[in-house]
Structure formats: C-alpha cells, structure tokens
Write a protein of this length. Structure first.
Length: 591
C-alpha cells in the first residue's frame, strides 16, 4: 500500500463533517456556558485578593469574604469539571457518528476500491483519524474557548488596574511569543508525518497478522520484522522531534512568563514605593497577568490540534465522497430461474489490459455449465462480473428479457450461491457461519437439515460443542473439507436460483472429496449451475462446457463435441484424463 499524502481540509469542510453528526446544540451551549462561567469566576478572584491584601490585618479578617473566595473556587472547579465532561460526551458522540458513517461507507464501497486500498489504511481512518477529531473537541475546545475569554477578560481588567503596565505587557508579549511561531509550523509537519507513519504501521499489522500462517510457513518473520521495525523507528524519530519541540516550547513559555513577571514586579514595585499603586493592586495585576498568559498555551494547543484534525478530516471526507454500491436501487428480482446471457462482454481491471474480450454465451436454467481453460484466461473474472463486483466495460449481461443492472444488487445477490475453492469462514460459531447473510432467522431444524444435506451434520455433532463450536479466525480450527461442507450448507440454506462453484473439490483428500461431491449433488439439483473446472474429469458430464483462453471464448459444446472440434481442449482432455485414469488404476486394490 502506498503511503497516504496528507492534505489539509478547509475549516468549512471540518465543520461540515462535525455538524453532519448532529451534535446536541443544547449540550454544547451548556458546556460552553459553564466554561464561560468558570472563567468569569476565576477573573473575580484576584479582585477579592486585592481587597484582602490592601486591608489585611488580623483584626480586620473578614470571614464572609474568605467564604466567598472559597465558594468562588468551588464554583469554578465544579463548573469547569462539568463543562469538560459535557464536551467529552459531545466529542464521543461526534466520533461515534463519524465512525458509523465511515463503517457504513466502507461496507458500501465497490470491490474495485479494495483492490487498490489496503485494509490497514481503512482501519487507520476509522481509528486514528477520528481520534484526532475527538481530541480536538474533548481536550482542546474547552481550553480554547475559556482561554479566549480569560485572555480578553484579564487584559481588560489589567487595563482597569493600570493601563501603563498593561501596555508594557501587550508590547512585550507578542515579541516573546513570536519565537514560538516557527516551532508551531514544525510541530504541524511532525504531526502530519506521525499520522502518515501510523497509517503505514497499521497497514503492516493488518496484512501480516491476517496472514500469520503464511509468514511462519515461509520463514518470513525476519523480513516482516524488519519492515515493521523500520516503521517503528520512524515513529520513534518523529516522537523525538515532537519531544524536542515540546522541550523548547515549555521553557520558552516559562522564559516569556518569567521575563514579564520580572518586568511587572520591578515596575510595579517602583509604582508601589512611589505610592502610585497599592500592594493589593500589584498582586491582583500579577494574578491577571498569569491568567492572560496561560491561555495562550491553550490557544496554541487548540490551533495545533486543529491542524491535525483538518488533516484527518481531509482523508475522511475523501473516503465519504467516493461512489458506493446502492444495494436497494433497482427493480426487485423475484426469480433468477431464467436464461442468463453474456452479450459481447469485455472487461479489464486495468485500462488497456482486457481480461475478457467480446464474451457471448447463455446459461440455461436448470443446467450445468462448466468453464475450463488455461490459468489466467478470465474464468474467475466471469464469476466476478456475474456477482456484479464489477461492471462490464462494454457489452451487457441480461437475465430473461431485462438487463441485469436494472435489478437491485440485494435482490440479485440473494439469488446467488457461491462455493469457492478456498471457502471463507468468519470468526464465530459453526451455526453463525451457516446462517451468515440470511435476512431471516432460520429454525434449528432448517439449519440441521442444510448441514445434513451438505454431509456436515456428522462431523459437527462430533465436535465438543456441536453447532456452537467456535471455528477461529478464518476457520482455522476446521479442515478444508469441513469448511467446504459448511459453505455448501450455507448455500443450501440460501436456496439460490444460480449456483457458482469454483472447483470446490480440487484441493481435498479423497475422503473429504467424496463427502463434498455428494453434498454438491444435493446443492446443484434444480439450479442453474456454473462451474469453474481445473480438472476435466469433474465436468465431462456437464450440459455445456465453455473453453476460455486469453480472455476469449474459443469453444462451446459438450465434452464429446469439444473433443471433436477444439484442438486445445482435446490436448487438455488427453493429458488430464489419461493422468486421472492412471491415478485411479494406481489407487485400485489390484494395483
């Protein structure tokens, strides 16, 4: 998978993405109101302090005043805590909304999209990118709003207390903060690089862990370790860069704060000694100065996180704007027991490299049609086109008197049954795999009957938990023959009109092959069946055989007709059938 190139979405796009989740406006206003209230209370406290310092003596201690200050602190803490909780709640709901849209979108994307995008990239968008949006709202929004209010309020009160010292602060502060601007730009680049490397690392994890048996069987652990280690090292380097920036930002902010404090205390001390300012006013001024400077860090943090969120938003928006399948769009298909015709169908996965060229043939109802030919000739592509994973580049596929694409995907695919050579099994129980994809809840008797007809009931009952046995990720706890029979039971339960078999017995041992063949005979009965055959011995009795080579249909007829008319088919038959006869002879008792 190629690494993502991060772009930054506009602020409008970011807001539109957030608003599309319909966050609770009353909750948001309440949270911001509490944040404002907490900030307002914090601005009042220095005025109380001024009065206490100016009039301080043991005899003049005002316990009511102390109680008010304590209440103000408690109110500030309570309002700030509740505000943070409400913003966290809103942020979590927004992330749930975005992730829900992303998950629904990913499931609706056409198969062609997944051909060129790794699962790790999609996982990264679902997890890492949405987390950046959540962090902005839950961790930074409250600080940003309260920081703006605190800075403006504190600055106004500073002007009220002493406008001369305030002007000194307002001139010196931008000069000190200007040193942080280059660091902010570098921080943004580091953040974007970290997101990119996280996406790559997630992709590596998803790919390697999903094929861990291939990795171990190939002794490829060192190779995969090196790939993952290189990404981990890059993340480490980016983390160090971020750490170096943070190590500079903190001391620089402290330096600016200390310089201002020294300046204010020195100048303020002079004003106090000359009687132009009271000691209480100086203390209050220092407290307001701190309240004005600290929010700058919060505002800076918000802007940095906003850049991250906008970068994440761009990748999310790009995914959400992709064209998707619309399963319910189109006419309902009540029955697929009709002739299915390929009319001059051409298709290519990559433009300019056709896989199918001008294919024309008809699949008659209740017949068995076999597809044979050299590897890479386009046999599996016909299945992909029939399942409408892809649309033909030219030509059309018709069912009955109508075009196949006029019918809804959901109703068409509900009429299909597919048993591939390497049957996919989902993590879960055997029962869950048999009923997988059904739009109804079948009875226990239906499930058992389907398993019995698939010659699977016997081995299922021998398992420790029977139909409730966990099969493991990708069905690793089952043998190949067991997975095939569960797939056949699933197809039987669907009761499809059109059945597609990708040589479901080619990789099985003789005992498993016998059971699967019996199960397939039950499954094929009374259906339009299309079989990809790698061994001619399995399809010599088919009603029709299509011979495909280099993307073209070069022969069509029964086994005997093709033997007489198609030279390459005859070569295939002589080679394969003679080898089959020899193998059967060697396996016989007389041998």
């Amino acid at each position: 998978m190629e690494p993502r190139t991060f772009k930054t979405a506009s602020l409008k796009s970011f807001l539109n993405l957030v608003l599309a989740t319909r966050p609770s406006l009353p909750l948001l206003l309440t949270a911001l109101g509490l944040s404002l209230g907490s900030t307002a209370v914090s601005l009042v406290v220095p005025l109380f302090t001024k009065s206490m310092v100016d009039g301080f003596s043991l005899s003049s201690l005002n316990f009511t005043q102390l109680a008010l200050i304590g209440a103000a602190f408690a109110l500030q803490a309570g309002a700030g805590s509740l505000s943070l909780y409400l913003l966290t709640l809103i942020g979590q709901r927004i992330v749930v909304g975005i992730r829900d849209r992303l998950w629904k979108k990913q499931l609706a994307l056409p198969v062609r999209y997944f051909d060129s995008h790794g699962s790790g990239d999609l996982i990264s968008r679902m997890v890492n990118d949405t987390a950046a949006v959540k962090a902005l709202i839950t961790e930074n929004l409250s600080g940003f709003v309260s920081g703006i209010i605190a800075f403006v309020g504190a600055s106004c009160l500073l002007l009220f207390l002493n406008w001369k010292m305030t002007l000194v602060m307002l001139v010196a502060l931008p000069i000190g903060i200007s040193a942080l601007v280059p660091l902010g730009r570098t921080m943004r680049r580091v953040a974007m690089g970290t997101m990119n490397e996280n996406a790559k690392f997630t992709a590596i994890l998803a790919q390697v862990l999903s094929e861990i048996r291939l990795v171990k069987a190939s002794n490829a652990e060192p190779r995969e370790y090196r790939k993952g280690h290189a990404t981990v090292e890059r993340l480490y380097e980016l983390g160090l860069k971020d750490g170096r920036i943070q190590a500079l930002v903190g001391p620089l902010m402290s330096l600016v704060l200390m310089a201002l404090l020294v300046l204010v205390v020195g100048y303020g001390g002079f004003l106090v000694s000359s009687g132009q300012l009271t000691a209480g006013a100086l203390v209050a001024f220092i407290l307001y100065l701190i309240q004005a400077i600290i929010p700058i860090a919060q505002i800076t943090g918000f802007i940095t996180q906003l850049q991250k969120a906008r970068g994440a938003t761009q990748s999310i928006i790009e995914l959400l704007e992709l064209p998707e399948e619309k399963p319910e769009e189109g006419l309902p298909l009540d029955s697929a027991r009709q002739p299915i015709r390929f009319e001059q169908v051409s298709f290519s996965y990559v433009p300019g490299e056709p896989v199918c060229r001008d294919m024309s043939f008809t699949l008659e109802p209740d017949t068995v049609t076999a597809i044979v030919g050299p590897s890479g000739g386009g046999k599996t592509t016909l299945f992909n086109l029939l399942e409408r994973f892809y649309e033909p580049d030219s030509g059309s596929i018709r069912i009955g008197s109508g075009s196949l694409d006029a019918f809804s995907l959901a109703s068409w695919r509900s009429r299909l049954g597919y048993v591939p050579q390497d049957c996919p099994i989902m993590a879960g129980t055997i029962r869950e795999n048999i009923i997988y994809g059904l739009d109804r809840e079948p009875s226990e008797e239906e499930v058992i009957e389907a398993a019995r007809m698939a010659y699977a009931d016997g081995f299922i009952r021998e398992l420790p938990r029977g139909y409730d046995t966990e099969v493991g990720e990708r069905g690793v706890k089952l043998s190949g023959g067991q997975r095939q029979r569960i797939a056949i039971a699933r197809a039987l339960l669907r009761d499809p009109d059109v059945l597609m078999l990708d040589e479901a017995t080619s990789s099985l041992d003789s005992a498993s092959e016998h059971s699967v063949r019996l199960a397939l005979q039950n499954l094929m009965r009374g259906r339009t069946t299309l079989v990809i055959a790698h061994r001619l011995s399995t399809v010599v009795d088919a009603d029709r055989i299509l011979f495909i080579e280099k993307g073209r249909l070069t022969g069509s007829g029964t086994h005997s007709e093709l033997l007489a008319s198609h030279e390459l088919y005859r070569t295939f038959a002589e080679r394969q059938l003679s080898l089959t006869d020899r193998a059967e002879a060697l396996a016989s008792p007389a041998a």
